[in-house]
Design a protein around this ligand. Structure first.
Ligand SMILES: Nc1ncnc2c1ncn2[C@@H]1O[C@H](COP(=O)(O)OP(=O)(O)OP(=O)(O)O)[C@@H](O)[C@H]1O
Ligand SMILES: [Mg+2]
Length: 307
């Protein structure tokens, strides 16, 4: 495809007899903002590593901008940027030295390295830290620098593996603002993984991995809409009893500790308030909380991993 950024066909990765990723098919268009989602161990990092030539698939084909990754790993490396799940920075070196190292690794001329580093430090509000050792930066600043390191050579495609993990909300928001700035200035394609599902809601498309297999792909808003009209949450001391009583009316529920999540569609509307009143009456103080709310991508994630 002409404007294909990533094309993955029938990809599998085995470690001994263990299959980490299987039957993976994925097409990401140039300029897309794409989220690869799934629980711990689902195969997200392994997939990213196969797409970026760091891990060789046991089976299947991967191409980046039409170039076969397995046959031409070196020629795709100038086109991609990779921000690893674990920081790739040298903590003993200064901010500038880390960026200089990344630039020279990509064969950028020295004046270009300096220009690009200054531009990114300015864009990411890190200019004041330029000559400070990485060890003296906060976790959030280090993560931002990791991203700057990953885009020093102006890649057309950026892989971000958990770019915001462990950061507080303002730092996470800041990182996403920087990434969106970069995207809007360069049209860069971005493939991210995250456990913070609300961060993936602005993706053009997301794909859910489960046990190494793709189970659901689509636009986040469409997936949320398809999941349910609304979600009914009931927190109760004996959720199993409530579930037994309601499942004939509302279908299966997802249970997390003492809370049940039911998917509601429009058909339930008229009966719903009566049903809630009857349930409250029947179970009394066993029920701690009842709410009806809009569904979100986190609900989609939970239901994908429920079955
Ligand atoms: N080098 C390896 N050798 C053996 N098994 C591996 C190796 N790398 C990954 N795995 C296994 O493959 C599976 C997928 O791992 P992967 O790191 O891709 O998951 P992930 O979706 O990125 O998880 P997380 O959200 O925790 O980062 C896991 O069961 C993991 O233990
Ligand atoms: Mg991972």
């Amino acid at each position: 495809m002409e404007n294909s950024a990533v094309s993955v066909k029938g990809v599998e990765k085995k470690y001994g007899s263990f299959t980490a990723v299987s039957e993976l098919d994925l097409d990401i268009m140039s300029g897309e903002f794409f989220g690869l989602l799934g629980p711990n161990g689902a195969g997200k990092t392994t997939s990213i590593h196969m797409m970026s030539s760091l891990v060789r698939p046991s089976k299947g084909e991967v191409s980046i901008f039409g170039i076969d990754v397995i046959k031409n790993p070196v020629s795709i490396r100038s086109k991609i940027g990779l921000v690893f799940q674990d920081s790739a920075l040298d903590r003993q070196l200064s901010v500038w030295e880390n960026l200089r190292f990344a630039g020279l690794l990509h064969n950028l001329p020295f004046n270009k390295v300096r220009e690009r580093a200054n531009y990114l430090l300015e864009l990411f509000s890190l200019s004041e830290k330029k000559n400070k050792p990485v060890a003296s930066l906060s976790g959030g600043q280090r993560r931002v620098l990791d991203i700057a390191r990953g885009v020093m050579h102006e890649p057309k495609l950026l892989f971000l593996d958990e770019p915001t993990i462990g950061l507080d909300l303002p730092s996470r928001r800041k990182i996403w603002r920087y990434i969106h700035k970069l995207r809007s200035q360069t049209g860069m394609t971005v493939l991210l993984t995250t456990h913070y599902l609300e961060e993936a809601e602005t993706c053009n498309r997301v794909a859910f991995l489960k046990n190494g297999k793709l189970v659901l792909t689509g636009n986040p808003k469409v997936l949320v809409k398809k999941l349910a009209q609304e979600i009914l949450e009931i927190e109760a001391l004996e959720p199993k009893k409530i579930l037994d009583s309601l499942k004939v009316h509302l279908g299966p529920a997802l249970q997390e500790f003492e809370t049940l999540f039911f998917r509601l569609d429009k058909k339930n509307d008229k009966k719903l308030s009566t049903l809630i009143d009857e349930t409250k009456h029947k179970f009394g103080s066993v029920i701690k909380r009842v709410i009806v709310r809009q569904p979100n991508l986190n609900d989609v994630f939970l239901w994908v991993n429920f079955k």
